[in-house]
Design a protein around this ligand. Sequence first.
Ligand code: 5GP
Length: 113
Amino acid sequence: MQTLFEKIAAREIPAAIVYEDDLVLAIRDINPQAPVHVLIFPKTALPRIAEAKTEDTYLLGHLLMKASEVAATLGLTTGGYRLVINNGANGGETVPHLHVHILGGRQMAWPPG
Ligand code: 5GP
């Protein structure tokens, strides 16, 4: 069965796309937790970072490089931003398809709640 984010990548479910290439897609979060809240994820379903394998190394590097580029495109570089990966139940993961949250436009708190 396809994941939610695979369906979005296949244009079966609509989303506000902010970046796309052959490997990754970046969309606006449907329930934003900051003035800018974008999700960037691989188009192929890797459930979570804990299940990444050595052969995913290039993809994971690409994902982070593109997260940085998307943040810059959205004007977040100067003010700063946060990248978040929620892994598993205690991590707060709700969509089992690896994704990086790009959060910006406000002061972030630490530690996270
Ligand atoms: P997680 O909790 O797994 O780290 O993050 C999942 C994120 O996906 C949440 O921030 C949630 O708001 C977002 N989300 C869930 N369903 C949809 C959807 O249908 N469209 C979009 N754009 N975001 C979604």
